[in-house]
Design a protein around this ligand. Structure first.
Ligand SMILES: C[S@@+](CC[C@H](N)C(=O)[O-])C[C@H]1O[C@@H](n2cnc3c(N)ncnc32)[C@H](O)[C@@H]1O
Length: 274
């Protein structure tokens, strides 16, 4: 595989290889909830060729296949691809970088990216690559997390980190955590990537994430995350404790009898190629 080996990409790659086997049990109950929105908004129908970029364990490809579309999933993590092939043996998956797609120009009707762009050192490059491999009239659809003001779950983690973390720990610089949080900025990037900015739809969707306990989110970030995990791993013990307590306290208000029901929100963006 050819990879853009900048420092952030290397950091992300090592991180996803480390946590790939935890992704399905820890995060998929959250990320999968946005797939129906993405598929609907992008108007995926039977017979369409669909490229699932940053596919992880392959959920979006599997959903597209159930609809009668013809998906292929791509992810730069060898372990994620192995897991995807095991989970969905009838669907093709291959290793590759979102910023350097190993496909011919004008190959796909749809390119969909569920929570992938915010993990890339150059998300705008991935948008341009998506445009290149789309057929004329094809659509790119992606999700990015909504910022803390619209996203109660993210606000809890964000506030805890802002209040207690040492941010100066030498992590490689990556894109904003709440990438494309502004509609017009997003339209501009997509327009510059070759899309028809006027065709863009930008919907903010909320879901309920059911957690076993108020500590779940902190442990998920620490043990099965990549970027936040890197930050947490570099904190002094007392700071880590303070972050953990702040997250738990923030989550308490969403506790029900035997679980926590945490609202989480993402922007679902779809745009057409001219
Ligand atoms: C948050 S997970 C999303 C997985 C899946 N799309 C989902 O719906 O749950 C992010 C995925 O992006 C992949 N990824 C990160 N950087 C990538 C890159 N440069 N090229 C391809 N995949 C990448 C990771 O390996 C990981 O599987």
């Amino acid at each position: 595989m050819t990879t853009t080996k900048d420092e952030f990409t290397q950091f992300e790659h090592a991180g996803w290889e480390r946590v790939a086997d935890k992704y399905d049990s820890v995060w998929s109950s959250l990320t999968r909830q946005f797939i129906p929105h993405l598929i609907d908004d992008a108007k995926v129908t039977a017979g369409m060729s669909v490229l699932d970029v940053a596919c992880g364990p392959g959920y979006l490809s599997a959903t597209a296949k159930e609809l009668g579309a013809i998906p292929i999933g791509i992810d730069f993590s060898e372990k994620m691809i192995a897991i995807a092939k095991e989970m969905f043996p009838d669907t093709p998956f291959r290793q590759g970088d979102a910023q350097e797609l190993p496909f011919e120009d004008r190959s796909f009707d749809r390119v969909l990216i569920n929570f992938g762009l915010l993990h890339l050192s150059h998300p705008e490059k991935a948008c341009a690559e998506a445009c290149r491999v789309l057929k004329s009239g094809g659509r790119l659809g992606f999700t990015v997390w909504a910022g803390p003001e619209q996203n109660p779950g993210a606000k809890i983690v964000n506030d805890a980190i802002e209040a207690h973390a040492n941010l100066d720990v030498g992590l490689p610089e990556g894109p904003p955590h709440y990438l494309y949080g502004e509609r017009e900025e997003c339209r501009q990037v997509l327009q510059e990537s070759g899309f028809d900015g006027n065709s863009m739809t930008y919907e903010t969707r909320s879901v309920e994430w059911h957690l076993a306990s108020p500590r779940y989110f902190f442990e998920a970030e620490r043990d099965a995350g990549v970027r936040t995990a890197g930050l947490l791993a570099r904190q002094a013990p007392e700071k880590l404790d303070a972050i953990c307590i702040a997250i738990e306290n923030g989550i308490e208000r969403y506790a029900r009898a035997n679980e926590v029901v945490l609202p989480m929100a993402a922007h679902v963006v779809v745009v057409s190629k001219n």
